[in-house]
Design a protein around this ligand. Structure first.
Ligand SMILES: *Cc1c(COP(=O)(O)O)cnc(C)c1O
Length: 366
């Protein structure tokens, strides 16, 4: 039996009875965007995450883009971020006319290294854009101290960290805004594209409501240049059903991660660090190994999926090389050669975890 990275079909099957009548109702009423379900989802998500406001948008990429605009980041500004992330993080910075400045990451948490961030600050630095990578919260106390010292705004990339918390405070509740993605394979994923921006600043939230809707706060009056970026009602149906279960889903991921840890404790691999117990939601379980490519091939031969996040750090990508201006991030570059993500989803069976771990343990070399 083959083992996939994620099992979206299996999870959806368990929700079918609940979402089917709701989807039918949306289709029958004909209210497809800006309806009651999207609004209800925003309120429920804000409540769950412990923030004042949440604004649904069309994708995680849009969430980052609009959050940066609402935070006042624009042309001439520098935004310090990580090169060890998905492209959208840096794309959003370029979309608002600012320049991404890549600071190196921490070898153990895979997240931005606050010391590297402090060293990258210049008079043009306007904001920090940390990514809670693979579901592990960034050291927000240390990063917050850097931001405070230099008067910088923080926008969080929470695309992989729905429900992750540090000292009880969820990701998305630290900066001026947090950007979430509901891309189907994310730990809270829709049945298509979607995103959300969280904030505790009412003025930022109200600006976001305009930005996502053509800069308009009442029909056909446009206060500023806006965008078309809304979370639709069909997505809201699926997301509300999954939001009810997100605690259990994240628990399931942690259970799988603990099982991997047990089975791989003696293998010559570096297991993902857990900076704070219970904080990590394991959007991905990413280990490091000297012979990563061999392990990947052995897994493939055993019909087991695995993936490399991320094979090329952003400062080495043609799309960002000019903006990066020859930035040096040796830790990110080394990680790109060593990391391997194993199958991870809440429903992954114990026996499958055992089977996957056995192949890894057999193949890994120091
Ligand atoms: C998925 C992802 C995004 C983009 O989200 P989309 O919904 O696909 O636009 C941004 N940042 C990170 C770290 C991501 O993993």
């Amino acid at each position: 039996m083959s083992i996939p990275m994620v099992d979206l079909k299996g999870q959806m099957a368990t929700l079918m009875e609940e979402v089917e009548p709701e989807i039918r109702e949306v289709l029958e009423t004909g209210q497809f965007i800006m309806g009651p379900r999207g609004k209800a989802f925003e309120e429920e998500a804000a409540g769950f995450l412990g923030v004042q406001r949440a604004v649904g948008v069309a994708s995680g990429t849009d969430a980052l883009h609009l959050a940066l605009l609402a935070a006042g980041v624009g042309p001439g500004d520098e935004v310090i971020t990580t090169p060890f992330t998905f492209a959208a993080t840096a794309e959003a910075i370029l979309y608002v006319g600012a320049r991404p400045v890549f600071a190196d990451v921490d070898r153990e948490s895979y997240n931005l290294d606050p010391e590297a961030v402090a060293a990258a600050v210049t008079p043009r630095t306007r904001a920090l854009l940390p990514v809670h990578l693979f579901g592990q919260p960034v050291d927000m106390e240390a990063l917050g101290a850097v931001a405070e010292e230099h008067g910088l705004t923080i926008v969080e990339d929470c695309a992989q960290s729905f429900g992750a918390a540090r000292g009880g405070r969820t990701t998305g509740a630290w900066g001026v805004a947090g950007a979430f993605s509901f891309f189907p394979s994310k730990n809270l994923g829709g049945a298509g594209d979607g995103g959300l921006i969280t904030t505790n600043d009412e003025a930022v939230a109200d600006r976001l409501l305009r930005l996502r809707n053509h800069g308009s706060s009442r029909p056909y009056y446009h206060d500023e240049l806006g965008f078309n970026s809304r979370l639709d009602e069909l997505q809201a149906v699926v997301l509300r059903a999954k939001l009810k279960r997100i605690r259990a889903y994240n628990e399931g991921r942690r259970r799988v991660a603990m099982a991997y840890r047990r089975h791989l404790a003696d293998a010559p691999v570096t297991l993902p660090a857990e900076v704070e117990e219970g904080a990590h939601v394991y959007h991905q379980f990413v280990l490091q190994a000297a012979n990563r490519d061999e392990i990947k091939a052995a897994l493939q031969a055993a019909d087991i999926a695995s993936a490399v996040y991320y094979a090329v750090p952003l400062h080495r990508q043609p799309a960002f090389a000019e903006a990066a201006g020859g930035a040096s991030c040796p830790v990110a570059e080394e990680l790109a050669e060593r990391v391997l993500a194993l199958p991870m989803f809440p429903e992954l069976a114990k026996e499958d975890v055992e089977r996957i771990a056995a192949v890894v343990a057999e193949t890994a070399r120091p």
